[in-house]
Design a protein around this ligand. Sequence first.
Ligand code: SAM
Length: 216
Amino acid sequence: MPAPVRLTLPGIEEYTTKHTTLDSADLCELAAETLRRSDRPHMMIGPVEARFLQFLLFAHQPKRVLEIGTFTGYSALSMAEVLPPDAHIVTCELDEEYAQIARRFIGASQWRDRIEVRTGPALATIRDLSGTYDFILLDADQPHFPDYLDPLVDLLSERGILAADNTLWSGSVLDETDDRAGAEGIRRFNDLVTAREDLTSVLLSVRDGLRLIRKR
Ligand SMILES: C[S@@+](CC[C@H](N)C(=O)[O-])C[C@H]1O[C@@H](n2cnc3c(N)ncnc32)[C@H](O)[C@@H]1O
């Protein structure tokens, strides 16, 4: 993942963070531990996007949630905080070390029965899933985002929402000459979604770009 670049006016991200309700104590602790233990803490969706997704989930009340890209568990735990009592999250992570950190924090939280971490390449993991999901967060493996579109749309319930993160890829979506795998994967994914007449979507310039997609 390239180093994040500033997509908004200087100071705007700090201002929006300051005027967004603070994370819960559990999430603050996990974010602090992630800052200490990882050289890529910017991979967490961060407090503003997390709170935005919480608003969406609070209104939508999904029962079955799927996440591609657990990292240390920040987004999964954040989503769990606003789900209805009988909801369940399956979250997929490739890296065993990150999955262990996530499992530790999830296990110590009040949401331990709500979140299941599955390790392995997510494209293989989702092939084994059955049933449909009311909310899906795609937040990993950006070079292969296009490969996730069909399987994830198939897994989406009729009123489900697919949220694809990093869909501005630090602004490199604007640079057709940027041939890095992540930039190409994101541009191709965005074009594929736009061309699908069976999907309705909006690309929000929240943080690194958040694309919300649903069946038409
Ligand atoms: C951007 S981070 C996810 C951040 C997390 N959603 C959060 O907000 O805290 C992406 C994660 O996906 C994992 N990953 C990368 N490729 C993957 C793959 N093919 N299958 C599953 N996980 C993958 C990485 O190891 C990394 O932990």
